[in-house]
Design a binder for this molecule. Structure first.
Ligand SMILES: NC(=O)c1ccc[n+]([C@@H]2O[C@H](COP(=O)([O-])OP(=O)(O)OC[C@H]3O[C@@H](n4cnc5c(N)ncnc54)[C@H](OP(=O)(O)O)[C@@H]3O)[C@@H](O)[C@H]2O)c1
Length: 292
Protein backbone atom coordinates (compact mmCIF):
# COMPACT_ATOMS: atom_id res chain seq x y z
CA UNK A 1 0.00 0.00 0.00
CA UNK A 2 1.23 3.50 -0.86
CA UNK A 3 0.42 6.01 1.88
CA UNK A 4 0.65 9.79 2.24
CA UNK A 5 1.60 10.81 5.80
CA UNK A 6 0.88 14.45 6.68
CA UNK A 7 2.59 16.02 9.69
CA UNK A 8 5.24 13.36 9.19
CA UNK A 9 7.95 15.04 11.29
CA UNK A 10 5.80 15.21 14.44
CA UNK A 11 5.85 12.86 17.43
CA UNK A 12 3.32 10.44 15.92
CA UNK A 13 4.18 11.21 12.28
CA UNK A 14 7.72 9.90 12.73
CA UNK A 15 6.35 6.67 14.21
CA UNK A 16 3.85 6.28 11.38
CA UNK A 17 6.72 6.37 8.90
CA UNK A 18 8.49 3.59 10.85
CA UNK A 19 5.33 1.52 11.22
CA UNK A 20 4.60 1.72 7.48
CA UNK A 21 8.16 0.82 6.51
CA UNK A 22 8.23 -2.08 9.01
CA UNK A 23 5.07 -3.40 7.41
CA UNK A 24 6.68 -3.03 3.94
CA UNK A 25 4.43 -0.24 2.67
CA UNK A 26 5.49 2.64 0.44
CA UNK A 27 5.57 5.96 2.25
CA UNK A 28 5.10 9.45 0.84
CA UNK A 29 6.20 11.78 3.62
CA UNK A 30 4.64 15.23 3.85
CA UNK A 31 6.21 17.17 6.72
CA UNK A 32 4.83 20.64 7.48
CA UNK A 33 7.55 22.43 5.50
CA UNK A 34 6.57 20.50 2.34
CA UNK A 35 2.82 20.44 2.77
CA UNK A 36 0.70 22.91 4.72
CA UNK A 37 -2.64 21.16 5.14
CA UNK A 38 -4.46 24.52 5.39
CA UNK A 39 -3.85 24.98 1.64
CA UNK A 40 -6.47 22.92 -0.21
CA UNK A 41 -4.88 23.16 -3.67
CA UNK A 42 -1.54 21.92 -2.28
CA UNK A 43 -3.29 19.11 -0.42
CA UNK A 44 -5.23 18.10 -3.51
CA UNK A 45 -2.07 18.02 -5.65
CA UNK A 46 -0.19 16.03 -3.00
CA UNK A 47 -2.91 13.39 -3.01
CA UNK A 48 -3.39 13.18 -6.80
CA UNK A 49 0.24 13.63 -7.91
CA UNK A 50 1.58 10.90 -5.64
CA UNK A 51 -1.08 8.29 -6.55
CA UNK A 52 -1.39 7.20 -2.93
CA UNK A 53 -3.93 4.58 -1.88
CA UNK A 54 -4.50 6.03 1.61
CA UNK A 55 -3.78 9.11 3.73
CA UNK A 56 -2.81 9.15 7.40
CA UNK A 57 -3.07 12.60 8.98
CA UNK A 58 -0.73 13.23 11.91
CA UNK A 59 -0.61 17.00 11.32
CA UNK A 60 -2.17 19.22 13.95
CA UNK A 61 -1.86 22.43 15.93
CA UNK A 62 -1.03 20.76 19.26
CA UNK A 63 -0.08 23.64 21.57
CA UNK A 64 -3.10 23.41 23.85
CA UNK A 65 -2.24 26.53 25.90
CA UNK A 66 -1.45 28.71 22.88
CA UNK A 67 -4.64 27.64 21.09
CA UNK A 68 -6.66 29.56 23.71
CA UNK A 69 -5.28 32.86 22.30
CA UNK A 70 -4.71 31.66 18.77
CA UNK A 71 -8.04 30.05 17.94
CA UNK A 72 -8.05 31.07 14.28
CA UNK A 73 -4.71 29.45 13.51
CA UNK A 74 -5.56 26.34 15.52
CA UNK A 75 -8.93 26.07 13.72
CA UNK A 76 -7.23 26.49 10.34
CA UNK A 77 -5.07 23.41 10.95
CA UNK A 78 -7.19 21.18 13.17
CA UNK A 79 -10.55 21.80 11.55
CA UNK A 80 -10.07 23.22 8.03
CA UNK A 81 -6.84 21.30 7.41
CA UNK A 82 -8.47 18.00 8.37
CA UNK A 83 -11.44 19.00 6.18
CA UNK A 84 -9.10 19.69 3.24
CA UNK A 85 -7.56 16.24 3.53
CA UNK A 86 -10.99 14.63 3.74
CA UNK A 87 -12.21 16.55 0.68
CA UNK A 88 -9.15 15.48 -1.32
CA UNK A 89 -9.54 11.90 -0.05
CA UNK A 90 -13.16 11.93 -1.24
CA UNK A 91 -12.23 13.27 -4.69
CA UNK A 92 -9.42 10.73 -5.07
CA UNK A 93 -11.54 7.90 -3.60
CA UNK A 94 -8.85 7.00 -1.06
CA UNK A 95 -9.44 6.44 2.67
CA UNK A 96 -8.27 8.86 5.36
CA UNK A 97 -7.11 7.88 8.84
CA UNK A 98 -7.28 10.95 11.07
CA UNK A 99 -6.06 11.33 14.67
CA UNK A 100 -8.20 13.09 17.25
CA UNK A 101 -8.22 13.60 20.98
CA UNK A 102 -9.67 12.92 24.43
CA UNK A 103 -10.19 16.72 24.72
CA UNK A 104 -13.60 16.24 23.07
CA UNK A 105 -14.74 14.90 26.46
CA UNK A 106 -14.56 17.68 29.02
CA UNK A 107 -17.38 16.30 31.14
CA UNK A 108 -16.67 13.40 33.51
CA UNK A 109 -19.31 10.66 33.44
CA UNK A 110 -17.78 8.32 36.03
CA UNK A 111 -16.78 5.78 33.40
CA UNK A 112 -14.55 5.52 30.34
CA UNK A 113 -15.93 7.42 27.32
CA UNK A 114 -17.52 5.57 24.40
CA UNK A 115 -17.22 6.58 20.75
CA UNK A 116 -20.92 7.37 20.31
CA UNK A 117 -21.20 9.31 23.56
CA UNK A 118 -22.17 12.97 23.38
CA UNK A 119 -19.08 15.18 23.27
CA UNK A 120 -18.64 18.22 25.51
CA UNK A 121 -15.74 20.55 24.85
CA UNK A 122 -14.36 23.40 26.91
CA UNK A 123 -10.89 24.13 25.53
CA UNK A 124 -10.17 25.99 22.28
CA UNK A 125 -7.95 23.10 21.17
CA UNK A 126 -10.76 20.60 21.86
CA UNK A 127 -13.23 22.71 19.88
CA UNK A 128 -10.94 22.85 16.84
CA UNK A 129 -10.28 19.09 16.98
CA UNK A 130 -14.00 18.31 17.28
CA UNK A 131 -14.71 20.58 14.30
CA UNK A 132 -12.03 18.61 12.40
CA UNK A 133 -13.78 15.34 13.19
CA UNK A 134 -17.09 16.78 11.96
CA UNK A 135 -15.57 17.96 8.68
CA UNK A 136 -13.97 14.56 8.09
CA UNK A 137 -17.26 12.77 8.78
CA UNK A 138 -19.35 15.08 6.60
CA UNK A 139 -16.90 15.00 3.66
CA UNK A 140 -18.24 11.73 2.30
CA UNK A 141 -14.75 10.16 2.21
CA UNK A 142 -13.95 6.74 3.61
CA UNK A 143 -12.47 7.56 7.03
CA UNK A 144 -11.38 6.21 10.38
CA UNK A 145 -10.91 8.68 13.23
CA UNK A 146 -8.66 7.45 16.02
CA UNK A 147 -9.18 9.33 19.29
CA UNK A 148 -6.30 8.98 21.71
CA UNK A 149 -4.77 10.60 24.80
CA UNK A 150 -1.58 11.54 26.71
CA UNK A 151 0.82 10.58 23.89
CA UNK A 152 4.48 9.91 24.60
CA UNK A 153 7.38 8.49 22.60
CA UNK A 154 11.02 9.07 21.72
CA UNK A 155 10.27 11.80 19.13
CA UNK A 156 9.04 15.28 19.98
CA UNK A 157 7.89 16.80 23.25
CA UNK A 158 5.81 14.99 25.83
CA UNK A 159 5.14 14.62 29.57
CA UNK A 160 7.65 11.77 30.04
CA UNK A 161 10.54 13.82 28.67
CA UNK A 162 9.41 16.92 30.55
CA UNK A 163 9.37 15.05 33.88
CA UNK A 164 12.87 13.69 33.26
CA UNK A 165 14.18 17.15 32.33
CA UNK A 166 12.67 19.11 35.21
CA UNK A 167 13.61 16.42 37.75
CA UNK A 168 17.35 16.73 37.04
CA UNK A 169 17.85 19.53 39.57
CA UNK A 170 14.86 19.00 41.89
CA UNK A 171 13.94 16.67 44.75
CA UNK A 172 10.22 17.36 44.60
CA UNK A 173 7.79 17.93 41.75
CA UNK A 174 4.18 19.07 42.10
CA UNK A 175 1.84 17.24 39.73
CA UNK A 176 -1.93 17.29 39.42
CA UNK A 177 -3.81 14.35 40.87
CA UNK A 178 -7.42 14.98 39.85
CA UNK A 179 -7.20 14.29 36.11
CA UNK A 180 -7.64 10.68 35.01
CA UNK A 181 -6.61 9.28 31.66
CA UNK A 182 -4.38 6.94 29.72
CA UNK A 183 -0.80 7.44 28.64
CA UNK A 184 -0.46 6.09 25.10
CA UNK A 185 2.76 5.16 23.29
CA UNK A 186 3.10 6.99 19.94
CA UNK A 187 4.51 3.85 18.31
CA UNK A 188 1.32 1.90 19.07
CA UNK A 189 -0.89 4.69 17.75
CA UNK A 190 1.14 4.56 14.56
CA UNK A 191 0.71 0.79 14.24
CA UNK A 192 -3.01 1.17 14.85
CA UNK A 193 -3.26 3.82 12.10
CA UNK A 194 -1.54 1.47 9.65
CA UNK A 195 -3.83 -1.45 10.53
CA UNK A 196 -6.88 0.77 10.04
CA UNK A 197 -5.65 2.26 6.76
CA UNK A 198 -4.89 -1.20 5.41
CA UNK A 199 -8.32 -2.51 6.36
CA UNK A 200 -10.07 0.47 4.73
CA UNK A 201 -8.03 -0.01 1.53
CA UNK A 202 -8.30 -3.77 1.32
CA UNK A 203 -11.80 -4.39 2.66
CA UNK A 204 -14.01 -1.47 1.61
CA UNK A 205 -17.00 -3.80 1.58
CA UNK A 206 -16.83 -4.13 5.37
CA UNK A 207 -17.81 -0.47 5.87
CA UNK A 208 -15.38 0.07 8.74
CA UNK A 209 -15.77 3.87 8.69
CA UNK A 210 -16.17 5.47 12.08
CA UNK A 211 -14.63 6.83 15.24
CA UNK A 212 -12.43 4.51 17.30
CA UNK A 213 -10.86 5.03 20.72
CA UNK A 214 -7.32 3.83 21.28
CA UNK A 215 -5.30 4.42 24.46
CA UNK A 216 -2.84 2.76 26.80
CA UNK A 217 -3.61 0.73 29.92
CA UNK A 218 -4.02 0.94 32.88
CA UNK A 219 -5.83 4.20 33.40
CA UNK A 220 -3.95 6.52 35.77
CA UNK A 221 -3.61 10.11 36.97
CA UNK A 222 -0.82 12.58 36.07
CA UNK A 223 0.80 12.39 39.54
CA UNK A 224 0.83 8.57 39.49
CA UNK A 225 2.19 8.62 35.95
CA UNK A 226 4.95 11.00 37.10
CA UNK A 227 5.87 8.68 40.00
CA UNK A 228 6.26 5.71 37.65
CA UNK A 229 8.31 7.79 35.18
CA UNK A 230 10.66 9.13 37.87
CA UNK A 231 11.16 5.72 39.50
CA UNK A 232 11.96 4.22 36.11
CA UNK A 233 14.38 7.04 35.27
CA UNK A 234 16.19 6.49 38.59
CA UNK A 235 16.32 2.72 38.00
CA UNK A 236 17.85 3.36 34.54
CA UNK A 237 20.45 5.77 36.04
CA UNK A 238 18.99 8.61 34.01
CA UNK A 239 18.46 10.45 37.32
CA UNK A 240 21.20 10.44 39.98
CA UNK A 241 18.76 11.07 42.84
CA UNK A 242 15.25 10.02 43.84
CA UNK A 243 12.51 12.57 43.23
CA UNK A 244 9.21 12.78 45.13
CA UNK A 245 5.92 13.83 43.66
CA UNK A 246 3.54 16.06 45.59
CA UNK A 247 -0.05 15.68 44.44
CA UNK A 248 -1.87 18.94 43.77
CA UNK A 249 -5.32 19.84 42.44
CA UNK A 250 -5.80 21.20 38.91
CA UNK A 251 -6.89 24.55 40.39
CA UNK A 252 -3.43 24.88 42.00
CA UNK A 253 -1.73 24.51 38.61
CA UNK A 254 -1.81 27.80 36.69
CA UNK A 255 -3.27 27.24 33.21
CA UNK A 256 -5.61 28.97 30.78
CA UNK A 257 -6.93 25.61 29.63
CA UNK A 258 -9.79 23.65 31.17
CA UNK A 259 -8.37 20.16 30.82
CA UNK A 260 -10.67 17.11 30.92
CA UNK A 261 -10.88 15.72 34.46
CA UNK A 262 -11.67 12.23 33.22
CA UNK A 263 -10.47 11.43 29.73
CA UNK A 264 -10.47 7.66 30.04
CA UNK A 265 -11.35 6.16 26.66
CA UNK A 266 -13.22 2.88 26.33
CA UNK A 267 -11.23 0.96 23.72
CA UNK A 268 -13.50 -2.06 23.26
CA UNK A 269 -14.65 -1.15 19.74
CA UNK A 270 -11.19 -0.93 18.14
CA UNK A 271 -10.35 -4.33 19.66
CA UNK A 272 -13.54 -5.93 18.38
CA UNK A 273 -13.23 -4.46 14.87
CA UNK A 274 -9.46 -4.41 14.25
CA UNK A 275 -8.08 -6.70 17.01
CA UNK A 276 -6.06 -3.79 18.47
CA UNK A 277 -5.40 -4.15 22.20
CA UNK A 278 -4.70 -1.35 24.67
CA UNK A 279 -0.88 -1.28 25.09
CA UNK A 280 0.71 -1.40 28.57
CA UNK A 281 2.22 2.07 28.62
CA UNK A 282 4.79 1.24 31.27
CA UNK A 283 6.52 -1.13 28.82
CA UNK A 284 7.27 1.84 26.53
CA UNK A 285 8.76 4.26 29.07
CA UNK A 286 12.36 3.09 28.86
CA UNK A 287 12.71 3.87 25.15
CA UNK A 288 11.27 7.37 25.60
CA UNK A 289 13.36 8.10 28.70
CA UNK A 290 16.54 6.97 26.95
CA UNK A 291 15.72 9.31 24.04
CA UNK A 292 15.21 12.07 26.68
N1 LIG B 1 0.31 14.97 22.06
C1 LIG B 1 -0.74 14.45 22.71
O1 LIG B 1 -0.67 14.16 23.92
C2 LIG B 1 -2.01 14.17 21.97
C3 LIG B 1 -3.10 13.60 22.66
C4 LIG B 1 -4.25 13.26 21.94
C5 LIG B 1 -4.31 13.47 20.57
N2 LIG B 1 -3.25 14.05 19.94
C6 LIG B 1 -3.34 14.21 18.48
O2 LIG B 1 -2.37 13.34 17.92
C7 LIG B 1 -1.92 13.85 16.66
C8 LIG B 1 -0.41 13.84 16.61
O3 LIG B 1 0.09 14.68 17.63
P1 LIG B 1 1.64 14.77 17.98
O4 LIG B 1 1.79 14.55 19.43
O5 LIG B 1 2.43 13.94 17.02
O6 LIG B 1 1.89 16.32 17.68
P2 LIG B 1 3.19 17.06 17.15
O7 LIG B 1 4.43 16.37 17.58
O8 LIG B 1 2.98 18.49 17.52
O9 LIG B 1 3.08 16.91 15.58
C9 LIG B 1 2.18 17.64 14.81
C10 LIG B 1 2.82 17.89 13.46
O10 LIG B 1 1.88 18.65 12.67
C11 LIG B 1 2.64 19.63 11.97
N3 LIG B 1 1.79 20.74 11.54
C12 LIG B 1 1.35 21.80 12.27
N4 LIG B 1 0.64 22.62 11.48
C13 LIG B 1 0.62 22.07 10.24
C14 LIG B 1 0.07 22.46 8.99
N5 LIG B 1 -0.63 23.60 8.85
N6 LIG B 1 0.25 21.65 7.92
C15 LIG B 1 0.97 20.50 8.04
N7 LIG B 1 1.53 20.09 9.18
C16 LIG B 1 1.36 20.87 10.27
C17 LIG B 1 3.70 20.05 12.95
O11 LIG B 1 4.77 20.71 12.28
P3 LIG B 1 5.52 21.97 12.99
O12 LIG B 1 5.98 21.47 14.31
O13 LIG B 1 6.58 22.30 12.01
O14 LIG B 1 4.46 23.03 13.10
C18 LIG B 1 4.12 18.71 13.54
O15 LIG B 1 5.10 18.10 12.74
C19 LIG B 1 -2.59 15.22 16.53
O16 LIG B 1 -3.75 15.08 15.76
C20 LIG B 1 -2.98 15.58 17.95
O17 LIG B 1 -4.07 16.47 17.99
C21 LIG B 1 -2.12 14.41 20.60
Amino acid sequence: MRVLVTGSSGQVGREIELALLNDLHEVVLAPHENLDITNFERVRSAVFDTHVQAIINAAAYTNVEKAEDDYIDAYAVNALGAGNLAKAAFEARVPLVHISTDYVFSKATGRAHLEDEKTFVQSAYGKTKLAGEELVISSGCSYAILRTSWIFGPFGHNFVKTMLRVAQDKDLLKVVCDQKGSPTPASEIAKACVVMAKALVEKPELNLEGIYHFAGTPYTTWDEFARVILAKAFELNLLDHEVSVQSILSEEYPSKVERPLDSRLDCTKIYEVFGLKMPYWEDYLEQTLKAG
